[in-house]
Design a protein around this ligand. Structure first.
Ligand code: XUL
Length: 518
């Protein structure tokens, strides 16, 4: 029996197929939005906009990507043996749908491309995604309605954040009332794509619902005052938060026929990419900790008890139902790529630059705010260099990577997280030189998975786990995840003091710069 996991991340859609019995990863396939669907005009998966605070993507591009990827799967995999499908998607992004969405799903036909059949379902042609930071006013209003940022964080797991779906919905209702009037349903990227597979409106799982500023994290129900602060009549547009292991039903008959799936292939609720990745990395026990180095850089840790987080942190729900402490940094791969490209390097050249420079970079520092940053909150982009010339290629490469991990280390310390092992995922986790910096900055071993997209792998595990008599989490981790883990990269103990000092200097530079910007 096979299970399929899908991940619709910021820049690409990935499929991972596992053999549930042997634990083998039997197939991986990826479609890149910019390269493979150029007609949508995205760059790095999002639509260029003159205002850097406004970052949207076209939902129909995700629909076409899904159609293409599933259509091609049969070339390499016996699709009829896939017993269950689950998925994940970039978190927070919201899709605004007309009432006809449900009718179109119910009437899907196997012979026509999905994007043609769903051409008129979007009330808003574009979806704001997690990189959007245009909702500062809406965040202030939501926090004020709930009694201040600390209260919003206590109730929903996070203070109001620009990219979170509640403030995004509020902005849509406020600035585009005609669109809002046409909107019968709001879904996250995850529950939107799950709806297609299930052939009916799918609800949003606790993992992604905890990234909306709208759910009472303890009761796992919408918090009516938060809904009221964002838009009138919001509840009927959202459905209800559902457990991540919910089986939505069998695959839509039209899709079973179109791609060759068995008619009883189960569709499991989708979740956010970070929660899914926690499973793909095997984080199913208390204290398990990971870094994800993708478009965003993320630090997360699993806990059965609710962690107490500083204001910049979030608490989400993991696919096992545990808590997930998380910090998200917007300047991840785009910042690394900006430095790499500015110096006309490829990744091998970037790694060589890391190898030529000393740990600590001889006091040359960077605040890598190439785009607006989430942690710390920096709404206006602007890179800061201290003792560092932008023309110094080698030092610039080390400075961006050391900055990213030092910033993560500072937040981990603020949240009382003391990782003894870090799991690593995302594109940059394939780069041993970058992971060595992570191991040195955190002074703990770092282990990456050989499966680059651990969110899609985690989704495949979630699909398997939700089958009747499906294997448990520990069993799946031992069978599927552990064989994929590469040997750990050890920290160099003689760098401990260097990075302790660097963390101090970085914190001081950051505080000075934030104060100057106020
Ligand atoms: C997490 C976040 C990003 C997105 C994109 O809060 O905003 O990590 O999930 O991957």
């Amino acid at each position: 029996m096979l299970a399929l996991g899908l991940d619709a991340s910021t820049q690409s859609l990935t499929a991972v197929v596992i053999d549930i019995d042997s634990g083998a990863v039997v197939h991986q396939r990826q479609l890149n939005y910019d390269r493979d669907l150029p007609q949508y005009g995205t760059r790095h998966g999002v639509l260029p906009h003159p205002d850097p605070a406004i970052v949207h993507a076209p939902p129909l591009m995700w629909v076409e990507a899904l159609d293409r990827l599933l259509g091609a799967l049969g070339d390499s995999v016996d699709v009829a043996r896939i017993a269950a499908i689950a998925g994940s998607a970039q978190q927070h992004g919201s899709v605004y749908l007309r009432a006809c969405f449900a009718e179109r799903l119910a009437a899907l036909r196997p012979e026509r491309p999905l994007v043609e059949q769903l051409a008129d379902v979007c009330a808003r042609p574009t979806a704001p995604v997690w990189l959007d930071s245009s909702t500062a006013e809406d965040c202030r209003a939501l926090d004020a309605a709930l009694g201040g940022p600390a209260e919003t964080q206590r109730i929903t797991g996070s203070a109001a954040y620009e990219r979170f779906t509640g403030p995004q919905i509020r902005r849509c209702a406020r600035c585009e009332p005609e669109v809002w009037a046409q909107t019968a349903h709001v879904r996250l990227v995850s529950s939107f794509l799950a709806s297609l597979l299930a052939g009916r409106l799918a609800d949003t799982d606790w993992g992604d619902a905890s990234g909306m500023n709208l759910m009472d994290l303890e009761r796992k129900q919408w918090h009516p005052p938060a809904l009221a602060a964002c838009a009138a009549d919001l509840a009927p547009r959202l459905g209800e938060p559902i457990a991540p292991w919910t089986v939505l039903g069998p695959i839509a008959p039209a899709l079973a026929a179109r791609y060759g799936f068995a008619r009883d292939c189960r569709i499991v609720a989708w979740t956010g990419d970070n929660p899914a990745s926690s499973i793909g990395l095997g984080l199913v026990r208390d204290g398990h900790c990971a870094i994800s180095l993708g478009t965003s850089d993320v630090l997360f840790a699993i806990s059965s008890r609710r962690p107490s987080m500083p204001p910049a942190g979030h608490v989400f729900i993991s696919p096992t139902g545990a808590y997930m402490a998380l910090f998200c940094f917007a300047n991840g791969s785009l910042a690394r790529e900006a430095v790499r490209d500015a110096h006309h390097l490829d990744w091998a050249g970037f790694s060589a630059a890391l190898a030529r420079t000393p740990p600590g970079n001889a006091g040359r520092l960077m605040l890598p705010w190439f785009r607006p940053e989430i942690v710390p909150k920096v709404l206006r982009a602007g890179v800061v260099r201290a003792n560092l010339s932008p023309g110094d290629t080698d030092a610039d490469c080390r400075a961006v990577v050391e900055a990213q991990f030092t910033s993560m280390r500072l937040r981990a310390e603020a949240a009382g997280l003391q990782p003894t092992l870090l799991h690593a995922t995302g594109g940059a986790a394939q780069n041993a030189a970058i992971l060595q910096v992570a191991a040195d900055v955190f002074q703990c071993p770092v282990r990456r998975s050989q499966v680059t997209n651990t969110a899609a792998l985690g989704a495949a595990l979630r699909a398997a786990q939700a089958l009747p008599n499906g294997p448990g989490w520990d069993e799946l981790v031992a069978r599927v995840v552990e064989p994929q883990l590469a040997a750990p990269i050890a920290p160099r103990r003689d760098t401990a003091e260097i990075y302790r000092r660097l963390a101090q200097q970085y914190a001081e530079l950051e505080a000075r710069e934030l104060a100057a910007r106020r």
